[in-house]
Design a protein around this ligand. Structure first.
Ligand SMILES: [Zn+2]
Length: 317
C-alpha cells in the first residue's frame, strides 16, 4: 500500500490496470463451473406437491434462474404413474435433457450384473423415444459394482450401447433433507421456509466447496463439476435461490453436456468405491489421504443441524 501511495494518481491507475490484466487469468481460473443434474425423475407426488405441480414449479424455477439446460436422470418404471411421461416431455420441451437411471432403481451392490444390464436396456427402450433423450447412464446410489467383474461387465455393456457414465462430482444428502421436510409435513409441523432454504443452500454449497477442494488437491485444478440433486420438492422450491448463491460465489452454471467435455469424463477410475462421484474416485485412485465424504453426508449431522436451526416446529395451535 505504501508503494501505491508513492505513485501519483495516473501512475497508480496504470499500475492497478496492469495488475488486474496480469491477475485476470488466475481470477477466472478460480471461478468454478457446475452443471445441475436431478435423479429419480419422475418422482411421485408428495405431502407438498403433486408430481405435475413439482414439474411445473421446477421448470419455472429454472427459467427464473436463467438456467438453460439441466439433465433429469429417469427411471422408466415411474413413467407409468401420475402423468410421468407427460412430465418428462414437459422438461424436454423446456430444453432440458432426459437420461437413463435404470428401469426400477436397482442397487448394483445387491443385483447381479446381467439383471442390472437388462434394467438399463429396458429403460433405454422406454425412454429413448422421448424428446431430449441422451445416452447417459447414472448408476442408482452411484454404486458401480463391488467386484471388478461386475463393475467391468456393466461398464462394457454401457459402452456397447453407446452410453457414457453420467457421473456426478459433488455428492450430498439432498434426499435426506427432503425426507426431513416430508416427515415434518406428515407430522403437522410448522415449516420455516426461509430457514429450510438457508439450510438447503448452505449444506449444498459446503459440499460443492468440499469436492472442489479435493479436485484442486488431486487434479491440480477445478474441473467442470456435476452437482447431484434429486427431482424433489426442495429442488423445485429452492433451485433458483441455490443458483443465485452459486453465481454469487463467482461460479458459473454450465450445461451438463459441457460438463461432460471435461477430461475427467474420459478418466475411468480403476477403483471399486465410486459412491461419492468421479472426483472422489479419481482421488482414491491417486491415493489421496484426506476425507472422501463431507460431514453433511450423514443422517445424524443433518438431524442435529435442522434441529438446532429450528427449521421445523411443532404446531401449537
Ligand atoms: Zn437414484
Amino acid at each position: 500500500m505504501m508503494f501505491l501511495n508513492i505513485l501519483n494518481k495516473p501512475f497508480r491507475r496504470i499500475f492497478l490496470g496492469l495488475l488486474s490484466v496480469i491477475l485476470w487469468p488466475c481470477m477466472t481460473a478460480m471461478a468454478g463451473e457446475i452443471a445441475l443434474s436431478f435423479d429419480d425423475a419422475p418422482w411421485g407426488g408428495s405431502e407438498y406437491f403433486t408430481g405435475m405441480e413439482r414439474t411445473e414449479a421446477m421448470i419455472k424455477s429454472l427459467k427464473d434462474a436463467d438456467v438453460s439446460q439441466v439433465v433429469f436422470f429417469c427411471c422408466s418404471d415411474r413413467t407409468q404413474y401420475q402423468n410421468g411421461r407427460k412430465r418428462l416431455k414437459l422438461y424436454a420441451v423446456a430444453s432440458h435433457l432426459l437420461a437413463n437411471h435404470s428401469h426400477s432403481h436397482p442397487d448394483l451392490h445387491k443385483t447381479d450384473a446381467k439383471a442390472f444390464i437388462e434394467g438399463i436396456q429396458q429403460a433405454h427402450d422406454s425412454l429413448s423415444s422421448l424428446p431430449g433423450f441422451i445416452e447417459w447412464f447414472r448408476y442408482p446410489m452411484l454404486h458401480e459394482g463391488k467386484t471388478r467383474p461386475v463393475r467391468d461387465s456393466v461398464r462394457n455393456a454401457l459402452e456397447e450401447m453407446g452410453y457414457i457414465n453420467g457421473y456426478v462430482t459433488v455428492d450430498n444428502y439432498d434426499f435426506y433433507m427432503e425426507s426431513l421436510f416430508q416427515r415434518a409435513l406428515r407430522d403437522g409441523k410448522e415449516v420455516d421456509f426461509d430457514k429450510l432454504k438457508d439450510a438447503y443452500i448452505n449444506i449444498l454449497w459446503s459440499a460443492i466447496e468440499f469436492y472442489d477442494d479435493i479436485a484442486v488437491k488431486t487434479l491440480g485444478r477445478s474441473p467442470k463439476h456435476v452437482l447431484l440433486l434429486h427431482e424433489n420438492d426442495l429442488a423445485a422450491l429452492f433451485i433458483d435461490d441455490l443458483v443465485k448463491h452459486i453465481r454469487g460465489q463467482g461460479w458459473e452454471i454450465i450445461s451438463p453436456a459441457e460438463a461432460y467435455t471435461d477430461p475427467i469424463a474420459t478418466h475411468i477410475p480403476d477403483v471399486l468405491e465410486n459412491g461419492q462421484g468421479r472426483v472422489a474416485a479419481i482421488a482414491r485412485e491417486k491415493g489421496y489421504d484426506g476425507d472422501y465424504r463431507h460431514p453433511t453426508e450423514s443422517v445424524e449431522y443433518l438431524d442435529k443441524y435442522f434441529e438446532e436451526l429450528e427449521v421445523f416446529k411443532a404446531d401449537e395451535k
